[in-house]
Design a protein around this ligand. Structure first.
Ligand code: UDP
Ligand code: MG
Length: 312
């Protein structure tokens, strides 16, 4: 009998957890041919999330849990889950039912019958999401696909079912700065995409603000492309070219017409522009340097406070 492990990252989800468990139980009931393991990861919740997980663990042996010593982020939660999952197939699923548990049946069918190593879910619509967020998100996907070798799919969620082979490949990537969407694409393997209509959160609040999403996108870009690092060189060369012609022009103009001193406003503007560009480029270098810095420290991705059984 095959086993599916489901990793469910949770941060302050006391409202969504019971609803999720009810829905997931129904799906598990319909998939009697497989064994299940629900691996809840408490990402440093400050509400009753952990208590609910413990209760579920006592009532239902299929429910396991891991609890972090503080909030390490969803990426860390996914990594901890993957490390501890014992199933032949592993799925990552949000607890708010925005990743419909019913899709799992179709995913499992595609993985076992059609032989895909990975079956992932993708939203065909973004109804219910703030317009600004959809717009920025679209721009981000366009940009990162342009400058990076990994191909990210717009509308893709972290919701996916992976074979043991793929999970082991993902675990090989033990980097500290984790950007799962990129990692899943980077390891390769043919992925089948299943589309579905966007569903709104069942209960509770989203944990993502536009600011958090911005830094998440920086994580994605620095993690999977070094193209921005060459930006400074490219802009520098362009400016050198322009200044060369400007120097020529000014020498010729002075020789032919003489040169009354004037034009300091334009000079100030140019200084502002150029120093702005310089700072921006230094900032980019700083981003990469800080990632490298954290990477060389080899800090653990997460720290466990407690768990249901002896876990890693
Ligand atoms: N989550 C987490 N740690 C975090 C932020 C979020 O484990 O620091 C979990 C959260 O509990 C949920 C999932 O990640 O199960 C997705 O979060 P959310 O629904 O807030 O994001 P959205 O669906 O709005 O993108
Ligand atoms: Mg959500």
């Amino acid at each position: 009998m095959k086993k599916i492990s489901i990793i469910i990252p949770c941060l302050n989800e006391e409202e969504a957890l019971p609803v999720y468990y009810r829905n997931m139980s129904a799906v598990m009931g319909q998939m009697a041919e497989v064994e299940f393991e629900l691996l809840f990861v408490d990402d440093g919740s400050t509400d009753r999330t952990l208590r609910l997980m413990k209760e579920m663990n006592q009532k239902d042996p299929r429910c396991r849990f891991l609890s972090f010593s503080r909030n390490f982020g969803k990426e860390a939660a996914i990594y901890a889950g993957l490390k501890n999952a014992k199933g032949d197939y592993v799925a990552v699923m949000d607890v708010d039912l925005q990743d419909p548990p019913e899709l799992l049946k179709e995913m499992y069918r595609a993985a076992t019958e059609e032989g895909y190593e990975c079956v992932a879910a993708k939203r065909s619509t973004r109804t219910g999401e703030p317009k600004l967020r959809s717009f920025l998100s679209d721009k981000f996907y366009g940009f990162i696909n342009h400058i990076s070798k990994v191909r990210l799919v717009s509308g893709a969620r972290d919701y996916r079912l992976m074979s043991r082979k793929m999970v082991d490949a993902v675990l090989e990537m033990s980097e500290y700065n984790r950007f799962s969407k990129g990692i899943f694409e980077w390891v390769g393997f043919e992925t089948k995409w299943i589309e579905y209509e966007n569903v709104e959160r069942a209960a509770g609040q989203t944990k993502w603000s536009v600011r958090k999403l911005f830094w998440y996108s920086v994580e994605g870009i620095t993690g999977f492309s070094v193209a921005p690092l060459s930006l400074a060189s490219v802009i520098g060369m362009v400016f050198c070219g322009i200044s060369f012609f400007m120097i020529l022009f000014i020498i010729v103009r002075t020789l032919v017409w003489g040169d009354p001193v004037s034009g300091w406003p334009s000079l100030v503007c140019i200084i502002f522009l150029v120093s702005g560009i310089q700072l921006f480029c230094t900032g980019i270098v700083g981003q990469y340097l800080s990632k490298t810095y954290l990477e060389t420290k080899h800090r653990p991705v997460f720290i466990l406070k407690e768990s249901s059984r002896e876990e890693v």
